[in-house]
Design a protein around this ligand. Sequence first.
Ligand code: NDP
Ligand code: GDP
Length: 331
Amino acid sequence: MPRRALITGITGQDGSYLAEHLLDLGYQVYGLVRREPESMQWLRRIAHRIEFTYGDLRDSVSLETAFRKAWPDEVYNLAAQVFIPTSWEFPADTFDVNAGGLSRLLQIAAREKPDTRVYQASSSEMYGNSGGPCNETTPFCPASPYGASKLAAHHLCRIYRGRGLYAVGGILFNHESPRRGPEMVTRKITRAAAAWAKGDRTKLRLGNLQARRDWGFAGDYVRAIHLMMQQEKPADYVIGTGDSHSVADFVEQVLQVLRQMTGDSDFSGPIERFVEVDARLVRANEIYDLRADARLAREEIGWKPTVDFKGLVEMMVKADISALREAASAA
Ligand code: NDP
Ligand code: GDP
């Protein structure tokens, strides 16, 4: 019998990579979706192999229906309100989805099928400005409603684990890919880069260029998510590359890729030729530097990343250039 997995957030970046990974491993995959088909752009290749079920993390009845249909061995709770500025505009809604959603799923799993394993998409944003590399023992100090909602959910996992449920929180640092949401800074930059490659010289407006993140490749991180769920004893793990780069570094790396791809020396010089700071995008409660210490994951679940910073930037720039070309030829 194939193992059965229910993925919430299957239409998103991580959900789509995880679905591909689990199908490759022979799982029967069920996905919770709010709508179709526009939201399924990353699933087109595999959609026919997935059982979809409608639902929303805010709605217990839909979650119960999805759970009973999937009758899962493993639930991967990846759905969330993910954008930090939005969490300031809609803090209560962010909590309802990000913490309330998990609480509903945990209650259903504990009541209906307590041998179900539950994965929660926890986040490095729970650390706030702790400073220095963060591991599983670093104190949490979230700086946004998003971070606080993720911390509440993370603690819920621990509480249910204490009551015997297999529940783990994967503390993932920022991970990106060509499927990253366009509102996030990396994808915002690589989409602009595709326009620059076509000759457009519109400057991209960004916020804090000095903020640093530990950016890895989402395809690597979903392997970690699955590995965590296969351990004999449930435990939380930090996942990240261990290196951090600034937003300015990201732009510089993008320009280097464009220079290599086009041979055009125009893609050199100060990044200010391509980007400008917009004070409205500078965050009041900024987290200045996030960097993972993922030694435990390396030692206990045997995980390490395969794509470095340069490789990630190149992959994203090339994908956005191709996407722009395809859109132009389809028009
Ligand atoms: P995406 O923004 O790509 O995907 C979010 C998913 O959540 C979408 O499928 C979206 O569906 C779904 N969703 C949002 N609200 C609801 C809701 N109310 N009910 C049901 N589904 C909903 O996020 P990522 O793939 O990047 O992230 C996956 C998870 O990992 C998230 O929980 C995120 O907070 C967490 N995380 C991500 C990190 C990263 O760097 N990517 C770092 C650390 C944690 P729809 O298509 O309908 O909008
Ligand atoms: P986050 O780490 O989940 O907040 O991921 P983001 O990609 O949204 O932001 C990463 C960092 O880039 C944060 O420190 C932001 O303040 C910074 N940043 C600078 N300019 C921008 C911008 O225009 N958009 C976004 N999303 N982030 C920006």
